[in-house]
Design a protein around this ligand. Sequence first.
Ligand code: ADP
Length: 267
Amino acid sequence: GRERHYQGRVAALSDGSVSFAFQDVSDVEHAADMRRDFVANVSHELRTPLTALMGFVETLRGAAKDDPAARERFLGIMEREALRMNRLVGELLSLSRVEAEERVRPTAMIEPRTLVVSVMNTLRPMAEAAGVTLESDFAPSVPKIRADFDQMTQVLHNLIENGVKYGGSGGRIRVRLQFLQHDAQLRGPAVSIAVRDFGEGIPAIHLPRLTERFYRVDNHRSREKGGTGLGLAIVKHILNRHRGRLKVESREGEGSSFEIILPAAEE
Ligand code: ADP
């Protein structure tokens, strides 16, 4: 574990005695450290594409000025970098919105099947363009959940998109919808939505850290695919708000499964 830090406070009481109180400030300090790390990470993540953009502006003014082919190529790269920054800023905003709402319980009654089908239909063209088939495996009857439709859409969207981006080499992704009579951790009936890919999988040492902000198994690969490293952090926050959980299983060479488990709504 981390070192704990204590702060002492001396107070003179009205009866003339003196009290001395110890307070454990480790968690407060830890939160401050995390915030500093986060700001440093964000700055770095924003500066990387910005530096590239500034470099290409220079090149376009100079060496590539009279070379239309080179100019086109550089403009393409600049556009990609700008899109990446745009996505990053969008995900940061979405993360802060989710954080702000984390204590507000979602109330809408959602049919899990409707949600899953809607996200799969949205992503099917993108998956097929990458040579990946989306398969469904739905239990015939699944209870409703109390959820924020847009946020749960974002969760599923991130998981399926990751499946295509990182596990797409398997050629297919299976989305399974199930009713769990009793989930031990949630202590009650639950709904499970699992996104399974058949790609190369994730080495076990990375699994516990996947939902950390900006954590990537392979930095270069993630950037290449336009990843920001925030997708699973957003997933985790949204699931916390829904009192649900994420279960990740993966085997190298066989693929990964990202399963979300949410309490079934009481009728
Ligand atoms: P990113 O924007 O980089 O995709 P995420 O938070 O969504 O960020 O995912 C974090 C990292 O987890 C990814 O960079 C990738 O290394 C790994 N990852 C996520 N999903 C999968 C998957 N289905 N198969 C293999 N690796 C994955």
